[in-house]
Design a binder for this molecule. Structure first.
Ligand code: B12
Length: 210
């Protein structure tokens, strides 16, 4: 079995220790960090998603898998973000209200930091007003919102409205993402950008700050 397949299965089974051993092993063997992320860690998480959907896996197992995935991401972080670029600007980032998923958000943070974007990570279950208040207080040029639940997506629209109400809509770019989010949804709520993955999100964000 290849190391990436083994890694994918280790994430799926929630075996954080094994993940921590396999990531450096794959790096040493010359596997690219991108392949380790996509074909190892994310592939395992996708398998978890499928089994969660069909009722084969339950929340505790998914949490174990998420822990294993996060452990792998921590080790991959210095390799993924590469040489840290010079300071380009500041973003506040969070998972929107009612939503506790943070794996995608954490990936976005890593990629932003690699592009020289300072990130104020507000965590999960973040109220629309908290995004806007932070953007004002910390002088953020970007607000980035993540959502994994169709029920929490409307909160992204509320962030746009809160920015308007606070009079900062023309001063910040609002980016949205997460598995259920689409380009169409981004346009409908009046946000500035949607991207399907974290690497593209960082490129687009850097473009906004250029
Ligand atoms: C892991 C997981 C959990 C874990 C979360 C652990 C954690 N620390 O995050 C736990 C067990 C806690 C959990 C709980 C629940 N979950 Co859940 N979960 C998942 C699962 C399996 C994987 C999500 C994930 O991390 N994917 C990997 C990451 C990397 O992908 P991503 O977040 O999409 O991020 C990428 C891009 O979208 C993008 N991106 C992300 N954010 C942003 C932001 C910006 C600005 C940009 C530009 C881009 C961007 O970049 C990332 C990488 O390239 C998904 C299934 C799936 N296939 O998505 C279900 C899923 C999201 N969960 C689901 C559900 C229903 C729940 C629960 C309601 C279950 C329950 N009955 O309790 C609860 C809700 C809790 C809550 N209030 O949030 C459903 C949602 C259905 C829906 N349509 O709304 C899913 C789709 C499973 C399913 N098929 O039924 N879950």
């Amino acid at each position: 079995m290849s190391t990436l397949t083994e890694l994918s299965q280790a994430v799926e089974k929630g075996r954080a220790k094994l993940v921590k051993a396999l990531v450096p092993q794959a790096l040493e063997a010359g596997t690219s960090p991108k392949a380790i992320l996509e074909e190892g860690l994310l592939s395992g998480m996708n398998a978890v998603g499928e089994q969660f959907k069909t009722g084969v896996m339950f929340v505790p197992q998914v949490l174990m898998a998420a822990k294993a995935m996060n452990a792998g991401m921590e080790l991959l972080k210095p390799h993924l973000s590469g040489e840290s670029a010079g300071f380009k600007g500041r973003a506040c980032l969070g998972t929107v209200k009612g939503d506790l998923h943070d794996i995608g958000k954490n990936l976005v943070r890593m990629m932003f930091e690699g592009q020289g974007i300072e990130v104020i990570d507000l965590g999960v279950d973040v109220a629309p007003e908290a995004f806007v208040q932070t953007a004002i207080e910390k002088d953020c040029q970007i607000i980035a919102c993540s959502a994994l639940l169709t029920t929490s997506m409307p909160s992204m629209g509320a962030v746009v409205e809160a920015a308007k109400a606070a009079g900062i809509r023309d001063k910040v770019k609002i980016m949205v993402g997460g598995a259920p989010v689409t380009d169409r949804f981004c346009t409908d709520i009046g946000a500035d950008a949607y991207t399907p993955d974290a690497a593209t999100a960082a490129t687009v964000a850097a473009g906004f700050l250029a």
